[in-house]
Design a protein around this ligand. Structure first.
Ligand SMILES: CC[C@@H](C(=O)O)C(=O)SCCNC(=O)CCNC(=O)[C@H](O)C(C)(C)COP(=O)(O)OP(=O)(O)OC[C@H]1O[C@@H](n2cnc3c(N)ncnc32)[C@H](O)[C@@H]1OP(=O)(O)O
Ligand code: CO
Length: 139
């Protein structure tokens, strides 16, 4: 089912501070502007790498799904990994059939394609995002 690793999600209390660290300490050269995804409850910014992306996420609004994670990890940290799949509904149905807890219904993610999340209790303590592979020419 899972294909390419699309991105690693990193929760942070401050995207600005994290971007500074990625640029100044780690030498990242390609970083997008920060943008809001109110329906996902996060601010987002991508650090582009030759083979993948780091997705920096900061809480947006009081019901952000990452408040709990940041309460436990106030300085932030690795939050989720995202694998590409061909068809999100087929992936969701296959996971549910195997007894996994899929969090919510498929919804549009930061790359403009449908995403779902699988609860960390079913994936060895790691929150997994699945996203439909973007079509050629789209990002
Ligand atoms: C930018 C848009 C989009 C994209 O296109 O890429 C995104 O990536 S949005 C990213 C943010 N959105 C989400 O994470 C949505 C799905 N997440 C959730 O629904 C919740 O965060 C959660 C996974 C259900 C956790 O909710 P929370 O209330 O924080 O925790 P619980 O108290 O229910 O915790 C249960 C259990 O799980 C552990 N936990 C929580 N978060 C993580 C995590 N990120 N990685 C690993 N483990 C996690 C938590 O510590 C609890 O453990 P125990 O205490 O041992 O029970
Ligand atoms: Co993500």
């Amino acid at each position: 089912m899972i294909g390419k690793l699309n991105h690693v999600g990193v929760a942070t209390p401050s995207i600005e501070e994290s971007v500074k660290m990625y640029r100044d300490l780690l030498g990242a050269t390609s970083v997008t502007d920060k943008f809001a995804m109110p329906e996902q409850g996060v601010w987002v910014c991508f650090v582009n790498l030759p083979n993948s992306q780091i997705e920096l996420i900061e809480p947006y609004g009081e019901t952000s799904p990452i408040h709990g994670f940041l309460a436990k990890n106030p300085k932030g940290g690795q939050h989720h990994v995202c694998f590409e799949v061909e068809n999100i509904h087929e992936a969701r149905d296959a996971l549910v059939a195997k007894g996994a807890t899929v969090l919510g219904e498929p919804r549009i993610g930061a790359h403009g394609t449908l995403i779902i999340f699988v609860h960390p209790k079913d994936v060895g303590g790691m929150l997994v995002e699945l996203m439909e592979t973007p079509k050629e020419g789209h990002h």
